[in-house]
Every structure is written in structure tokens, then in C-alpha cells.
Design a protein around this ligand. Structure first.
Ligand code: NAD
Length: 437
């Protein structure tokens, strides 16, 4: 084969492989398969079953951003409302190169189930922009955020759709979002987004809420398995951003042994336990874990299969697959990320007796405190941190117990139990409201 032909064959092979990979890991296919697995336990009409599979609205925006050097670059963003039957839609905004419409659809659908499971008066939404925020200067990041926010104005308001942070976005991004909306309508509207800085209407305790909620779920599951000492439980966490680092810090503060953590460039492992605060400071200072003295360097695949009792995937979807599930050594998995486990991996883990606390339950702490923030903003009456932590803990433990009861009632795993509890709540609301017109 000549060089050119060989190149064409390789390109085609790459495309076929990518298509296969995309089909296997497509998060929307995963979300739909999870839905199908759960919905068969429910007695709901075929019309309602079909209705709940579809996103209500999908919005795509293409917009320009002026770079610091004066050049103009086009970006693409999305906002999807999956369901709005229980209330305004709620969901984060992701800035990542991996963003695509199917990913946003899946994340919006999971938000519908998450809000329903924990009893919030919200539907589900998600948004994202295809961008690596690390490649933008602070000024470019602000311009991109403001233009994307302004493109979403027809969709968002404190009573229709309330964004929040997710991968690649943070309280500063939410502040620009809130300012852009407020400047457009002509007065300050703190309730337009959650996850804002506290000094402009953010809630105490929001930043660490998702990570804390993950650890609360971990504790509930460990308690179920019998008496234990925190220092004997070895925890490994993939992803050291908002969710992963706060889960690690909270677990460490409660006395658990955090043996492994990682970010996109790999991680660190120490069987005796890591100094989590030192790891956080190191990552902030150097941008990766190279040169960290308190642990050996490992890659992300090694983190997933490392020797530990609890594995917390807290990076992104599609991380636990049929390829690595047979090698996972943890006996408990608590999903900090959304959609980290494929259905095929779920089957393997269930068969191996490894309990999985699903994303829509385990990482719901973020949206629970986002709800508290929204309520505080609408009432202009703010709670102290202890009150937020107390209410978060109450909501998480209650949701855990509700899910566990459902799992026992139907003799199903925790993911199916969480999904069917959530789907039932939304389906009942659809049924009583009826279809318009
Ligand atoms: P983040 O951007 O703050 O952190 C993401 C972390 O994951 C970073 O450490 C990054 O380096 C790492 N990472 C990214 N890709 C990776 C890969 N392929 N392998 C290993 N590590 C990788 O994001 P976050 O807000 O912590 O969100 C993480 C996950 O949790 C996402 O799935 C998100 O949807 C979910 N989640 C977040 C919240 C929230 O309140 N922030 C709430 C619920 C769920």
C-alpha cells in the first residue's frame, strides 16, 4: 500500500473506531438505557413513558469571542431543558472540549431525575460550551461567559431556568453570568444562577456541598455494612476539582484514609493515607501532582483499580467501563461525577457484589444547596453555614434511605431504585397535570 492509501485506510479505521467508541460511551445512550432498565418496574402509561425520554427544548448557539490579540474566534454552546413539569429547570454549565449535544442531553435528563429524587421543585437542564477554559486568558473567559449568557437570555430567568457551575466553571463564572443577566434586565437578579460568590447572594456551604453530600452517602452505605472505624477505610478519588477535592477534604477531616487522588494528568497514591490539604496546595501551585513528596505517582487507570475500599469517580462520565470494572478492587463506589459508569460496567459490578451509589443520589448535594441558595435569594434572607450543612445532611440521609427502601421493595440495585423513585415522581406529576392542549 502506498503512503497516501495507507493514510486513507488509517483515517477510515480511526473514524470507524471513533464511531464505535462514541456508540459505546455516548452518555445519552447510557441515560436512555438506565431509564429503560428502571421504568419497567413502574406502572405508568406508554404515552408518559415515551414523553419522559425526550428533552423538551434544545438550544444551540454559535457566537464570536474577541481574543486578546484582536482576532475573533467562533464558539458553539448548548442549553437543553429535559423536563419542566415539577418547576423551573435547573442544571450546571460546563466548559469543556468534550461538550456535545448528546452529552448535554444526558446531563439534563440526569438533572430531572436528581431533582425529583431529592424532592426539589425543579425540572432538569444542562448547558455547555465547547472550549478548554485553560486556553483562555481571564479577559477572554469573561467575554466568552458574558456572550454565552447573553445568548441564553431567551431561555433563562429565576422562574424558568437557573444555571449553576459544573466542570470547567466556577463561582467567578457565575458572577459574570449573573451580572450579564442583571445588566440586560436593568436590576440585580441574584436568583438567576446558583453557585455564585457569597458576597453577591451566593450561599454559605454551596462550594463544598457536592463533595460533602458524596461523603454523607458513603457513610450511610458503610453504616449499612456494619460497624467500622473511619481510619480503616481507604478512599480513592478520581478528579480533584470542586467535587473531588471537597470530597477528599471532608473525608480526611472525618478521619477516613484518603489513599489516592487524581486529576486529568494522573494522580498520587499512598497506602498509609495522603495529606489531602498538602495535595490541594501542591496542585494549585504547580498545576499537577509532579514532584509531590507524600505519595507515588500513578495514572488514572491505576487510580481506578488501586487497592482501596471506596472508589469515588468525581471527574466525568464514561470512566468505569466493562474493561476496567473486572479489575476494580473497591467494595463500594460512590459516584461524585455524573454518568461515570456504563451499563455494562454496572452489570459487572453488581455481579461482583460491589455496591454503586448512583450519581443522581450521591452528587445531589450540589443541587440541594443550589436550591437553598435560590430560596435565600428569592426571600433576601440568608442562612448561616451550620444551617446549610444541617439541612444538606438531612436531605441527603433522607434521600439515601428512600432509595434504599425502594431497592429492597423491588429487589434492585441502588441505581435502578434511585431512577425509578425519581421517574415515578415526575410521571405522577405529568399524569395529574395532563398533556396540553
Ligand atoms: P471541575 O472542573 O471542578 O473538576 C474536574 C476534575 O476532573 C479536575 O480535577 C480535572 O482535572 C479532572 N478530570 C477531567 N477529565 C478527567 C479525566 N478524563 N480523567 C481524570 N480526571 C479528569 O468539575 P466538578 O465541578 O468537580 O465536576 C466533576 C464531575 O462532578 C462532573 O461529572 C460534574 O458534572 C459532576 N457534578 C458536579 C457538581 C458541582 O457542584 N460542581 C454537582 C454534581 C455533579
Amino acid at each position: 500500500m502506498h503512503g497516501k492509501e495507507k493514510e486513507v485506510v488509517m483515517v477510515v479505521a480511526h473514524q470507524v473506531l471513533s464511531a464505535m467508541h462514541a456508540k459505546l460511551e455516548n452518555p445519552y445512550h447510557v441515560a436512555l438505557e438506565q431509564y429503560d432498565r428502571a421504568v419497567r418496574y413502574l406502572e405508568i402509561s406508554d404515552g408518559v413513558k415515551e414523553f419522559l425520554k425526550y428533552p423538551r427544548r434544545e438550544f444551540t448557539v454559535n457566537f464570536p469571542v474577541k481574543r486578546d490579540d484582536g482576532t475573533v474566534e467562533m464558539f458553539t454552546g448548548y442549553r437543553v431543558h429535559h423536563n419542566t413539569v415539577l418547576g423551573p429547570s435547573k442544571g450546571g454549565i460546563r466548559f469543556s472540549m468534550a461538550v456535545n449535544l448528546d452529552e448535554v442531553r444526558a446531563l439534563a435528563m440526569w438533572m430531572t431525575w436528581k431533582c425529583a429524587l431529592v424532592g426539589l421543585p425543579y425540572g432538569g437542564a444542562k448547558g455547555g460550551v465547547i472550549v478548554d477554559p485553560k486556553t483562555l486568558s481571564p479577559h477572554e473567559l469573561e467575554s466568552l461567559t458574558r456572550r454565552y449568557a447573553s445568548e441564553l437570555i431567551p431561555l433563562i430567568s429565576p422562574h424558568s431556568d437557573i444555571p449553576a457551575p459544573d466542570m470547567g466553571t466556577n463561582p467567578q463564572v457565575m458572577a459574570w453570568f449573573m451580572d450579564t443577566y442583571s445588566m440586560t434586565v436593568g436590576y440585580s437578579v441574584p436568583a438567576i444562577v446558583t453557585g455564585k460568590p457569597v458576597n453577591i447572594g451566593g450561599s454559605e456551604g454551596r462550594n463544598e456541598a457536592t463533595g460533602r453530600g458524596v461523603i454523607i452517602c458513603m457513610e450511610e452505605s458503610l453504616k449499612d455494612k456494619g460497624r467500622y472505624r473511619a481510619e480503616d477505610i481507604r478512599v480513592a478519588i478520581q478528579g480533584f476539582g470542586n467535587v473531588g477535592s471537597n470530597a477528599a477534604l471532608y473525608a480526611h477531616s472525618l478521619g477516613y484514609r484518603v489513599v489516592g487522588v487524581s486529576d486529568i494528568e494522573g494522580g498520587i497514591y499512598n497506602e498509609h493515607g495522603l495529606d489531602v490539604e498538602a495535595a490541594r496546595v501542591h496542585l494549585k501551585k504547580y498545576g499537577n501532582f509532579d514532584g509531590f513528596v507524600g505519595g507515588e505517582r500513578i495514572n488514572n487507570e491505576e487510580l481506578i483499580t488501586c487497592d482501596c475500599d471506596v472508589l469515588i469517580p468525581a471527574a466525568m462520565e464514561g470512566q468505569l467501563t466493562q474493561h476496567n470494572a473486572p479489575h476494580i478492587r473497591a467494595s463500594l463506589i460512590v459516584e461524585g461525577a455524573n454518568g461515570p459508569t456504563s451499563p455494562a460496567a454496572d452489570d459487572i459490578l453488581n455481579e461482583r457484589g460491589i455496591q454503586v451509589i448512583p450519581d443522581i443520589l450521591a452528587n445531589a448535594g450540589g443541587v440541594v444547596v443550589s436550591y437553598f441558595e435560590w430560596v435565600q435569594d428569592l426571600q433576601s434572607f440568608f442562612w448561616d453555614e451550620d444551617e446549610v450543612h444541617r439541612q444538606l445532611e438531612r436531605a441527603m440521609r433522607k434521600s439515601y434511605l428512600k432509595t434504599q427502601e425502594m431497592a429492597e421493595k423491588h429487589d434492585v440495585d441502588m441505581r435502578t431504585a434511585a431512577q425509578l423513585t425519581a421517574i415515578k415522581r415526575v410521571a405522577d406529576a405529568v399524569t395529574v397535570r395532563g398533556f396540553y392542549p
